[in-house]
Design a protein around this ligand. Structure first.
Ligand code: C2O
Ligand code: CU
Length: 475
């Protein structure tokens, strides 16, 4: 059945015509599902994985196909991805394809965009991503637990003509809260996590491992795709002696720029170019320095004792071609202030100064700690906090009226950052997940061109679970 070409063509045809007749301008209607289809199978199941070294036992996790991160899904832009998901957990699930601007019915949010995948059931996702870039997939059901327990993996959409490099690597960064027997501490309903900085772990892994050695040859150029899959941890990577060049954020190309530190909030991605310009035999560390006092060692770069691959850095362009994303029409936008409120400490801070603090005691009474525009979510299906006519540009000013950072994610849409902390970004920045510092504001714009009910939520999953989640409707 999997390789039956008639069925493929027919499905592709139906999906293609539906999209075309509704909106000729939709990006995904231009990439019809008539090209190559790549099929993968993902089974979500309990698995024991070695995170900590012996004599610690293996850690009991929930994984896709027995590993965390799950298998890398990789296609070229224009190709169709088909993923058959089997649920071998004891609770229902659903898989979200984070950052992909695909049709609503493939978005993977149980009850909102699809029925839940019950234990023992399978569900087939099939879509043609419009954008090339670094994305990821993760469970979006009981995600605070399911994603934390290991249900996520990288999803790469290659450019038609990728920049020339010697090697490409994907690093999925995560953290875990482990007890003294190396098992995940099951205190997912910690009030402190809910109401403060979320569930931070005590153990940091890169591709599921604690000790990572990257052996390189002097002179080589590496493309490094970074994905932060952590529940709440913000990573800040520093490469001793090396200056990476950022070429994409959240999968979307940027004008390349060099940086000493790459900061990634939960669910964010970055693509880097790294020229290995040190000498054979040398060693360098890659550190996570976000939480100053306790830097984590993520990896060691070890130069082989071999003659350099080339004497000076590879002379090849690194600027990626932009994806085709509708440009916001700023002349007639639908504007909205999106107020993020709640959490510990912020009630005291704000009371009296704004006079607008709403309903927080009500939130706390209901066991929820956060709200978006005064409403705390109790589930993933709820009346939209805003409805936009399809094709209209929206401008949202996100106002973080809390004492905590948040990382806000739009489903189905990629937005342009117009301003953050009172300043326009130095270069055009397109994201699907934006990190806001305490009390910070950011203004984002996007064309609401993907019809359906979509989630907008904090990707610090304890926050989302404790109310910081909303839906918006594109009609
Ligand atoms: Cu990474 Cu609502 O998703
Ligand atoms: Cu948050």
């Amino acid at each position: 059945m999997r390789d039956d070409p008639t069925q493929l063509t027919r499905r592709g045809f139906i999906a293609g015509t539906a999209a075309m007749s509704l909106a000729p301008l939709l990006p995904w209607s231009t990439a019809e599902a008539v090209g190559t289809t790549r099929s993968y199978e993902l089974e979500a199941r309990p698995t024991s994985v070695r995170l900590a070294k012996a004599p610690f036992p293996e850690t009991r996790l929930w994984c896709y196909n027995g590993s965390t991160p799950g298998p890398e899904l990789r296609i070229k832009r224009g190709e169709t991805l088909r993923v058959v998901v089997r649920n071998a957990l004891e609770e229902f699930t659903g898989v979200h394809w984070h950052g992909l601007r695909i049709g609503n019915e493939m978005d993977g949010v149980a009850f909102l965009t699809q029925p839940p995948i019950e234990p023992g059931e399978t569900y087939t996702y099939e879509f043609t991503p419009p954008d090339a870039g670094t994305f990821w997939y993760h469970s979006h059901e009981n995600a605070l637990v399911q994603q934390d327990m290991g249900l996520f993996g990288p999803l790469i959409v290659e450019e038609e003509s990728p920049p020339r490099v010697d090697r490409e690597l994907v690093w999925v960064l995560d953290d875990w809260r482990l007890d003294e027997t190396a098992q995940v501490v099951r205190d997912f309903d910690s009030v402190v996590d809910y109401s403060r900085s979320g569930r931070l772990g005590n153990t940091v892994t890169l591709n599921g491992r604690l000790d990572n050695v990257l052996r390189v040859r002097a002179g080589e150029r590496v493309r490094l795709r970074l994905i932060n899959s952590a529940n709440a941890r913000i990573f800040q990577l520093r490469f001793q002696a090396h200056q990476p060049t950022v070429i994409a954020l959240d999968g979307q190309p940027v004008t390349p720029f060099q940086t000493a530190a790459v900061t990634l909030a939960p669910a964010q991605r970055a693509d880097l170019m790294l020229d290995m310009s040190e000498r054979p035999g040398e060693r360098f560390l890659v550190l996570d320095t976000f939480y100053g006092q306790s830097p984590f060692r993520l990896a060691e770069i070890v130069y082989e004792d071999a003659s350099p691959l080339r004497e000076s850095p590879l002379d090849a362009p690194i600027r990626l071609a932009d994806n085709v994303i509708a440009v916001p029409d700023l002349s007639n936008p639908l504007r909205k202030d999106v107020i993020l409120e709640g959490g510990d400490l912020s009630l005291q801070r704000r009371r009296g100064s704004e006079g607008q603090q709403r309903g927080l005691s009500g939130l706390l009474l209901n066991g929820k700690f956060w709200a978006i525009c005064g409403v705390s979510a109790f589930r993933q299906v709820m009346p939209p906090f805003v409805t936009v006519e399809r094709g209209r540009t929206v401008i949202w000013t996100l106002k973080n009226w809390t004492a905590w950072p948040h990382t806000m994610h739009t489903h189905g849409h990629t937005f342009q950052v117009l301003a953050q902390a009172g300043r326009a970004p130095e270069r055009r920045t397109l994201l699907d997940t934006i990190w806001l510092n305490p009390e910070e504001e950011a203004t984002i714009a996007f064309v609401a061109d993907n019809p359906g009910d979509w989630l907008f939520h904090c990707h610090m999953l304890s926050h989302a679970h404790a109310g910081m989640l909303a839906t918006f409707r594109v009609s």
